[in-house]
Ligand binder design. Structure first.
Ligand code: FES
Length: 144
């Protein structure tokens, strides 16, 4: 069996929503200390809904495919729906990732949450901090 599914390869070779958004309403950047990969997600939010999303990922193919899929999954969704996105859902939508690549999908979940957190902070919106990755935790604590 191939290491990567056709869906992973498709999103890696033809990633959706690549780029940045000028004057984004929320920007989230996360990294993985072990592999050094970095993922940045930009959100445009109107009336509590994600109207546009872009990403820049400097990382492995699985991280690029995960970013691409995650951005497709949250586009047009409400903030709460996007916050509920898990790395497992991203992996399932990709048709699976090798076990040693699961942590790449965690970056996508965290980047989405980080961008929403940035939106909340910029707009002085009260939010439940427990729904976000612990800021004091080191990157490797977050690894799967
Ligand atoms: Fe670093 Fe995939 S190996 S995110």
């Amino acid at each position: 069996m191939a290491l990567y599914t056709d869906t992973v390869m498709d999103h890696f070779m033809h990633p959706r929503n690549v780029g940045s958004i000028e004057n984004a309403d929320g920007v989230g950047e996360v990294g993985n200390a072990k592999c050094g990969d970095i993922m940045k997600i930009y959100l445009k939010i109107d009336d509590n809904r994600i109207t546009d999303v872009k990403f820049e990922t400097f990382g492995c193919g699985s991280a690029i495919a995960s970013s691409s899929m995650a951005t497709e999954m949250i586009k047009g969704k409400t903030i709460d729906e996007a916050l509920a996105l898990t790395n497992k859902e991203v992996v399932d939508a990709l048709g699976g990732l090798p076990v040693h690549k699961l942590h790449c999908s965690v970056l996508a979940e965290e980047a989405v949450k980080s961008a929403i957190q940035d939106y909340y902070e910029k707009n002085g919106i009260e939010y439940d901090k427990t729904k976000f990755p612990c800021e004091e935790c080191c990157e490797s604590c977050r690894m799967v």
